[in-house]
Design a binder for this molecule. Sequence first.
Ligand code: CA
Length: 227
Amino acid sequence: MRVLVVEDEVKVAKALKEGLEDERYEAVVAHTGEDAFFRINTEQFDIILLDVMLPGRDGLQILTSIRKRGIITPVLLLTARDTLEDKVAGLNSGADDYLIKPFAFEELLARVRALLRRGRPADSLRLGIGDLDMDLVTRKVMRRGRMIEVTAREFELLEYLLRHQGQVVLRDTLTREVWKETTRGTPLNNVIDVHIARLRRKIDIEQSVKLIHTIRGVGFMLREGEP
Ligand code: CA
């Protein structure tokens, strides 16, 4: 899940980004309305956290223009102005929800999760194989009902393998799709192998059925038991 944080206060933006990354979301920050508008029009996000008070083009103007362009990404407005007028204006401009500053991070997280779930069938928000479960909204991984602590990168790597279970996944593909390196000169093979080894220790250790398999000289495959 990719989150755009639109916030001009550098400290607040940094805290939000770090908090979201701790919860294994991918977070991108835009400090100005112009940068936000450009990114929303050129990149894909699952949710936008939009500060209302921005220098230049403000949050409500951005919201109105993106909705006019037919962009339906959920928007959570962050507003310091606790007046009924602003809330009504925000919701009329196409916001899905709003949060009054200052807010507790847990509250923000709860709203984000609710918006990410909204309008999507429950089974599209989970991935799994055998006794392994991944919740794409809460960013949690469980095996046999036991929580597995993974980093943001490990989560993305496992998500990719789950979406392509039973298929051979090449290191080149992982470089491109998980590490988002499209123009890299040197291969990322060592980095990928280290991450796969860590993921394997977390997921397959002490399990009789192994899920992550190395296909020698080719790549990796996620499946129940030996390929
Ligand atoms: Ca602001």
